[in-house]
Design a protein. Sequence first.
Length: 299
Amino acid sequence: MSRFQTERSILQELQFPDWEKRSIRVLVKRDDLIDPFVSGNKWRKLKYIIELALHQQRLGIVTLGGAYSNHLLATAAACEQFGLKSIGLVRGEELTAESNENLQRCAAMGMDLRFISRDEYSERYEKERQEIWKQQHPDYLFVPEGGATYHGLIGCQEIWTEINEPIDHVFVAQGTTTTSCGLLLGSDEKTTVHVVPALKGFDSLEEMRPLLYQFLIDSELVNDYLNRVVIHSEAHFGGYAKATNELIEFIGFCKRTLDLPLDRVYTGKAFYALMKALESEEFDGKTVLFVHTGGLING
Ligand SMILES: Cc1ncc(COP(=O)(O)O)c(C=O)c1O
């Protein structure tokens, strides 16, 4: 029996006087409660990847990430749980397994950390580079950065199977776009999908397109789905992993007033975009879902 139970991910209804007055319901899918390490979208993305590695009788999983990567930590924890080995290719040759708490945790859970140069890491999306990594680890399943795979997408779609009421708008943070693409693919066609990139200058639609295409295999259909996406590109607070006092105060406010813990890299920014958007009358009488993608352990 897996330690990662999605039943722990409750649907929390938030109480806020202005929303109550305007008959807006805000529900939070608390995927952060699934597990402290395989938290938020991580189990959604890893579930079928782990299943595939086991089915293919792989020794383990090789994947990559930055020094503070939630994905590396989740992969280390999930592999440990399922008796798989894990190798983490970490950006930055200058680092060691002692460099920070995230890497220490990964190492403690048995992840074999290999520190690679920033130049090598920058080639992570190139087919040739990925082939080299696969050849270097033939007994391991190679998983791209952030778990951005077809199997990850399928796992993220399953969030909808746990929501039993109509949702007008869903909000989610974006990194590799796997979670948002999964949510979009699994959503009702009346649902608007709001994405909040954690990176400054991120082209959400162009990033989502190839992932959706893997699934839909039809460019027109991809465009039809993308027509239901609203991008909130203004909530990056300076860029990836940057935070301002305003963001930090906002996160404190959400904890105190709404009983909602948020991280600084992804969910704090995404929820800020939601709060701002809900100031518009367009949301009066609507039901809004926020998918809590985790990140609390590192942020
Ligand atoms: C906490 C958290 N939220 C959101 C995201 C973004 O998800 P995705 O990469 O699927 O777009 C990530 C990165 O994977 C993350 O760690």
